[in-house]
Write a protein that binds this ligand. Structure first.
Ligand code: PLP
Length: 400
């Protein structure tokens, strides 16, 4: 359509949102659908956080706040960074947005000039490349194969850096693979970055608390303090605090960048909901025992899904360190024929086959930049997961 901006020719809608929407549509049409495509916990927001939100409404805390978020919340976020990541920030180095998605977008919008490159390790969260494109930048993909645990290798990073590189995106634990970098793995990445002072680091630590088997989360600026002055540490309440719909993300970084991000936000959403900000203060300063309880359930589900998928003909699934996703390979089903006589040529064909024959909704790997794989979110009731994995086993077994 000639009316639309040229940028719309380069940007696609989110594939994960599209898969979720299709699953919901089929469900309303009466199909028996199990959706494993949602990127959000199936647990409710903990009661003390809900109560803080309700109390804020009852007290009449329903007016605008500062664009960058209330001072009290930014103080609570500084305390979080000190307590959990050993990082010192002052409230003017903190910005709060409508979800982690908006803070990342604000940062790219505030920093990218046409032709600037953003290194995106693949597989990646679907929004990084499109957000970079919307902001005039060029995503540069670096493949992180399954054999390397889906993790960026230092030599590959070194090769991808050019004079035009502006950012490296580091998402650990990762959506879609669940892979997370140990201290030693992260140190190898930060060692490369120290040699290239023009490259900034955009971390996406959204799944920080969702790690299993005693894994210790680290963020780049903590591993290499020399990088702190060119790192944006982003995080949010959505996943570990089960607050996806409250829309609250935050980031810390050098004052000048944060100030620019706040200008972008001041001319778009102004700030996230005042009520969500009060709830986030309670969440960050309140009890956190629910995180360990939820993680015990997630770990049990992860182990169930990995074990059941590895029993499906043609699939291979590694055990990830964190998040609530697995990213199995479907290489073994490519080239096979479905009972209806269709050949499975791509991971997208396989995802469609699972949806059409067994009513299981997953997201194909091409959407995340690494094929032939698919993503399963195991943030769903354990009985449903078991049933979904049985259906996937049956679908794989029916291929010839
Ligand atoms: N970053 C990653 C890796 C995610 O998976 C998500 C949500 O799916 C986000 C950021 C965005 O989170 P929010 O809902 O806070 O915008």
């Amino acid at each position: 359509m000639a009316f639309l901006a040229d940028v719309m020719k380069r940007v696609k809608p989110s594939a994960t949102a599209a898969a979720g929407m299709l699953a919901r549509k089929l469900k309303t049409e009466g199909r028996d659908i199990i959706s494993l495509s949602a990127g959000e916990p199936d647990f409710n927001t903990p009661q003390h956080i809900v109560d803080a939100g309700k109390a804020a409404i009852d007290r009449g805390e329903i007016r605008y706040t500062d664009v960058m978020g209330m001072l009290e919340l930014r103080k609570a976020i500084c305390e979080k960074f000190k307590r959990e990541n050993d990082l010192d920030y002052t409230p003017d180095q903190i910005t709060v947005g409508c979800g982690g998605k908006q803070t990342l977008f604000n940062a790219l919008f505030a920093s990218l000039n046409p032709g600037d490159e953003v290194i995106v390790p693949a597989p990646y969260w679907v929004s990084y490349p499109d957000m970079a494109l919307m902001c005039g930048g060029t995503p540069i993909f670096v493949k992180c194969p399954a054999e390397k645990g889906f993790k960026l290798q230092p030599a590959d990073l070194e090769r991808a850096i050019t004079p035009k590189t502006k950012w490296l995106v580091v998402n650990s634990p990762s959506n879609p693979t669940g892979a997370a970098y140990s201290y030693d793995e992260m140190k190898k990445i930060t060692d490369v970055l120290v040699k290239h002072p023009h490259v900034w680091v955009m971390t996406d630590d959204m799944y920080e608390h969702l790690v299993f088997d005693g894994f210790k989360f680290v963020t780049p600026a903590q591993v290499e303090p020399k990088l702190k002055e060119r790192t944006l540490v982003s995080n949010g309440m959505s996943k570990a605090y089960c607050m996806t719909g409250w829309r609250l993300g935050f980031a810390a970084g050098p004052t000048e960048l944060i100030r620019a991000m706040n200008i972008v936000q001041s001319q778009s959403t102004t700030h996230t909901s005042t009520i969500a900000q009060f709830a986030a203060v309670a969440a960050l300063r309140g009890p956190k025992d629910f995180i360990a309880k939820n993680n015990a359930v997630f770990k049990q589900r992860r182990d169930l899904v990995v074990s059941m998928l590895n029993q499906a003909k043609g699939l291979q699934c590694a055990t990830p360190e964190g998040a609530f996703y697995v990213y199995p390979s479907c290489k073994g089903v490519i080239g096979k024929q479905t009972p209806a006589g269709k050949t499975i040529k791509t991971d997208e064909d396989f995802a469609i086959y699972l949806l059409e024959t067994e009513g299981v909704s997953v997201v194909h790997g091409a959407a995340f930049g690494l094929s032939p794989f698919f993503r399963i979110s195991y943030a769903t009731a354990t009985e449903l997961l078991e049933e979904a994995c049985q259906r996937i086993q049956r679908a794989c077994g029916a291929l010839r």
